[in-house]
Design a protein around this ligand. Structure first.
Ligand code: G6P
Ligand code: ZN
Length: 544
């Protein structure tokens, strides 16, 4: 078979964001667009000869065609073996698991995560390195730099691989192995959780759960693990077949986009437990009967209860959360006498801490939780963690969270998104915030006084690398916080995110609506950033 060297010219916009390169599908389908980025990834690796690559995607539109292109390019770039998911399917956490288990050099995940798919939706490429985690910034910078000068890519002239049949075949000298996407991942979960105990909960105690895969990648994982292995009744998993357009939905597990699941959990005869995951399976939302667990609280509850769970029974080394995540888990870490690290947004910033053994659990406000079992956040893992705690404690989700609030206090936390903002307006808003920082310290806004304010920068404690401009933090004397940052995953215009947090130690005040508890902080955020004037928008497009 013939290796073809195809001449090409650069695209100016192949700068990876918070999580890989994410663009509209139409952008990705331009001639050479995907090929340029994939070749830039391979160039950053330098020597692919004989190495193993793990390849899969979330099943969205263009997944299959893109998989064939990457397979032929990986063969032309001399990978020795490619493990590719059956039908092109692999969740992000399963990819991380397989990279680590088989000592692969790299993984490529074809996904735009929680963004809608389809011809009119988004597509994306995520690149993971040999520890199973997202490529660190120095690697994504090298990929971007190469993409700006690229003049050729390599591809094998060969027929398509049959992705519908498990087993090995060849592409030139490269072995292509079509693998069961669930098998290795499920085996790993068995080592972390007490499956017998969860099986009992799901089969003998009258406990009912509902999992919504939102027509995205976790369907096969959820059917296999919850229904077949753990005995949950058939029908527990909703929308469990991955569809190219995610059934027209927005595969993001939150109160807005997983509306049907929310209605079930807040409806008549609601089950005891509900959960959902996103397009590529790394996010999670946790619900109890008539009860929503905020992502920041979920991280804190997992940390506080970790010793009840087999894989974590010897305790946690430390915990990490992103700057935008509430500080709830900091209190748990303090009680446990372990360190809590504050990182920039993006799972890649947890990798070094996990590799160095400094932390065991990590989480982000973006419905993301995970641990040192892999180097990605993990939706199904979070659901199993909750199920294991529920099975041991024999209490409801609400009781567990209420007890946690009573013990540690409640951190109300919400995110206000202004999506589709003109990028120049967004930059002006952030610049104005930068310049106003100096005058904020010591300023009083009603009951809240600013005690600290900065543009968050992070020095990685393991390799010393420094990341700057990661969000404007405003911290008040009563532990309230406001964080402003620009999203790094938006595929059109700019998205401004505002994170509000306030701490409530008094039990009597712990059952307010978050929007009510955070109303005065929202007014302060508006005053400081002149949100409506500078965005030109009356209100945010999304509150979660
Ligand atoms: C992805 C990343 C997360 C990040 C989230 C939001 O899911 O993997 O680490 O928290 O996007 O990123 P953004 O830059 O849009 O706020
Ligand atoms: Zn995702």
């Amino acid at each position: 078979m013939n290796i073809r060297t195809v001449s090409t010219s650069p695209f100016a916009d192949q700068k990876p964001g918070t999580s890989g390169l994410r663009k509209s599908t139409a952008v990705f389908q331009q001639p050479n667009y995907l090929e340029n980025f994939i070749q830039s990834i391979f160039e950053s690796i330098k020597d692919c000869q004989g190495q193993t690559l793990v390849l899969g995607g979330d099943g969205r539109y263009y997944n299959r065609q893109a998989t064939q292109i990457v397979l032929k390019m990986a063969a032309a770039n001399k990978f020795g073996r490619i493990k590719v998911g059956h039908r092109g399917i692999l969740s992000t956490p399963a990819t991380s698991c397989i990279i680590r288990k088989y000592n692969a050099l790299a993984g490529i995940i074809l996904s735009a995560s929680h963004n809608p798919g389809g011809f009119l939706g988004d597509f994306g490429v995520k690149y993971n390195v040999s520890n199973g985690g997202p490529a660190p910034e120095k690697v994504t910078q090298a990929i971007y730099a190469y993409s700006k000068t690229i003049n050729y890519y390599k591809i094998l002239d060969a027929p398509d691989i049959d992705l519908d049949t498990l087993g090995e075949s060849r592409l030139g000298n490269t072995v292509v192995e079509v693998i069961d996407p669930v098998y290795d991942y499920e085996k790993l979960m068995e080592t972390l959780f007490d499956f017998d105990c969860i099986h009992q909960l799901l089969t003998k105690s009258g406990f009912r759960m509902c999992f919504d895969a939102l027509h995205a990648v976790t369907g096969p994982y959820a059917h296999s693990i919850f229904e077949h292995r753990l005995g949950a009744s058939m029908g527990t998993v909703r929308n469990g077949t991955p569809l190219e357009d995610f059934g027209g939905g927005h595969p993001d597990p939150n109160l807005v986009y997983a509306r049907d699941l929310v209605e079930i959990l807040y409806g008549k005869d609601a089950p005891d437990f509900g959960a959902a995951s996103d397009g590529d399976g790394d996010r999670n939302m946790i619900l109890g009967r008539n009860f929503f667990v905020s992502p920041s609280d979920s991280l804190a509850v997992l940390a506080a209860n970790a010793k009840l769970v087999y894989g974590y029974k010897s305790g946690l080394a430390g915990i990490a959360r992103s700057v935008a995540t509430s500080t709830a888990v900091d209190k748990v870490a303090a009680k446990l006498g372990i360190d809590c690290y504050e990182t920039p947004t993006g799972w890649k910033f947890f990798s070094n801490l996990l590799d160095a053994g400094l932390v065991t659990l990590c989480g982000e406000e973006s419905f993301s939780t995970g641990s040192n079992h892999i180097r990605e956040k993990d939706g199904i893992w979070a659901v199993l963690f909750w199920l294991n705690i529920l099975a041991v404690r024999q209490q409801s989700v609400e009781q567990i969270v209420q007890e946690y609030w009573q013990l540690y206090g409640r951190n109300y936390h919400l995110r206000y998104d202004y999506e589709g903002v003109d990028p120049e307006r967004a930059a002006t808003l952030m610049n104005k915030l930068q310049t106003s920082m100096a005058s904020l310290k010591g300023k009083r806004f009603g009951p809240h006084e600013v005690i600290y304010c900065d543009d968050f920068s992070y020095t990685d404690p393991v390799d010393g690398s420094v990341s700057t401009h990661k969000g404007i933090r405003i911290i008040f004397d009563d532990e309230s916080r406001i964080v402003f940052r620009l999203s790094g995953t938006a595929t059109y215009a700019a998205t401004i995110r505002i994170f509000l947090e306030t701490y409530e130690p008094k039990v009597a005040k712990q059952n307010q609506q978050p929007q009510q508890a955070l109303a005065s902080l929202l007014a302060i955020a508006n005053e400081i950033a002149q949100l409506s004037i500078l965005t030109g928008m009356e209100k945010p497009t999304l509150i979660i």
